[in-house]
Design a protein around this ligand. Structure first.
Ligand SMILES: Cc1cc2nc3c(=O)[nH]c(=O)nc-3n(C[C@H](O)[C@H](O)[C@H](O)COP(=O)(O)OP(=O)(O)OC[C@H]3O[C@@H](n4cnc5c(N)ncnc54)[C@H](O)[C@@H]3O)c2cc1C
Length: 384
């Protein structure tokens, strides 16, 4: 068995000033009615205006080179920004995927022209991306995708469909994993490529998938003979699987895997304190100590990724434990206070509890299901 090791990160002094600056900005935004704090805002809290404000403060593309509109700050400083935004329940979903995933992907594999064209607009909070992986018959078994691009003069013709695509109705582009060669059953991961698809191009249709609440944040996306110019291919044709897996490392262990219900936990703590409910506070303090451990692990992985240390196994573990924690916050709140959760309630606690209960089944599905993550951890620890 291999031991899993992650460093303990000591936050540098300069992050304290940054944290103060962010909190001041967030308080001003809340007080002026700029946004209402909510749970799970990295996926469902959309505000172009808020993303632009973050862009103008230099809080998107923070670690990227200045020549592409970035700010050359550290991964840990970026972590402080993202955790403060999620803890406050700020509407960050417009730019989230582009900042977390698309930017780093293009920096690693993209063409120079793609970096120059996309990264400055992403960093301004003006250009949004979605993730085109899942298909109706390919979720956990991603290698089963059937969307297919065929070579033509100057580019590719894409046909197929994607499903559960968060934010595609707001996004400008999708990083789409598709087959560019027929499936080879002896090597199912070969022959896939990543294409940058302009979601306003002819042949692209986006249909909403409404949640039971009537809300809309994910979609089905159909491609019918969509022309993709050669300059919109990311990295190497045929290398899409390896590139896509590198992309997943950015998304599995960040603060969004432990803080989706933090605004609810915060609200619950204030109410229990006000009611002098010692038993309730005791249960909340256990949650907070778990959160502290998860956050230390998540920070340690952020640092490992920055140093190029492979972190897939430990990131999978953090996502598994983090999403269970997020779900338990909703469950424990429901047991500790006698309230009627409703998204329209005048009580903030009732609204946040409703948001958490409604979103929490998805926490352990999106970005890889719990069963799949445990498989990765088991194989990794045993070393096979
Ligand atoms: C809120 C939300 C947002 C999403 N956003 C996006 C997005 O933006 N882009 C995108 O591409 N996708 C997105 N997804 C899709 C998500 O990635 C898939 O739902 C996920 O990968 C699971 O695939 P599936 O739904 O096809 O389920 P399946 O793969 O069919 O799995 C069904 C069940 O079987 C279990 N299972 C499957 N295979 C195994 C196995 N080998 N061993 C043990 N158990 C197994 C799974 O754990 C699960 O419980 C989103 C999903 C949600 C819930």
């Amino acid at each position: 068995m291999k031991a899993l090791q992650i460093p303990v990160v000591k936050l540098p002094k300069e992050t304290e000033d940054l944290r103060r600056e962010i909190r001041q900005f967030l308080n001003e935004e809340i007080e002026s009615g700029g946004f209402e704090p909510k749970c799970d805002t990295w996926l469902s809290g959309f505000s172009e205006e808020f993303s632009r404000k973050m862009g103008s403060r230099g809080w998107i593309g923070m670690t990227w080179p200045k020549k592409y509109g970035g700010h050359e700050r550290s991964t840990i400083e970026r972590y402080v920004v993202t955790e403060e935004m999620l803890a406050a329940g700020a509407p960050v979903s417009a730019h989230w995927i582009a900042d977390r995933q698309t930017g780093p992907l293009l920096l690693k594999f993209g063409k120079e022209s793609q970096k120059q064209y996309f990264l400055p607009d992403i960093a301004k909070g003006e250009c949004y991306f979605s993730i085109g992986l899942s298909e109706p018959n390919a979720g956990s078994d991603l290698a089963a995708i059937q969307s297919r691009a065929v070579k033509v003069e100057n580019g590719w013709i894409l046909n197929g469909s994607k499903i559960w695509t968060s934010g595609a109705h707001h996004a400008h582009y999708m990083i789409t994993l598709c087959r560019t060669s027929p499936m080879d059953t002896t090597n199912r991961h070969a022959g896939m490529s990543q294409l940058l698809v302009d979601l306003s191009a002819p042949g692209v249709t986006i249909r909403p998938i409404h949640l039971m609440t009537g809300e809309h944040h994910f979609n089905e996306v159909f491609f019918e003979d969509v022309f993709i110019p050669n300059e919109m291919v990311v990295g190497e044709i045929g290398n899409g699987w390896a590139q896509g897996m590198a992309e997943l490392a950015y998304e599995r262990s960040g603060p969004e895997r432990i803080l989706s219900t933090f605004p609810l936990l915060n609200e619950l703590s204030s109410i229990l304190l006000k009611n002098e409910d010692d038993d309730g506070l005791n249960k909340v303090s256990r949650l907070i100590s778990r959160l502290w451990t998860l956050r230390n692990m998540s920070l340690g992985i952020a640092q490992q990724i920055e140093r190029g240390i492979p972190s897939t196994i430990i990131a999978s573990l953090v996502k598994d434990m983090g999403t269970q924690f997020e779900q338990e916050v909703a469950e424990i709140t429901r047991l500790l206070v006698s309230v009627i959760p409703s998204t329209d309630s005048p009580s903030r606690l009732e609204r946040m509890l409703a948001q958490s209960i409604l979103q929490s089944p998805g926490f352990s599905l999106r970005g890889g299901t719990t069963e799949i993550l445990r498989g990765i951890v088991a194989k990794g620890v045993i070393g096979k």
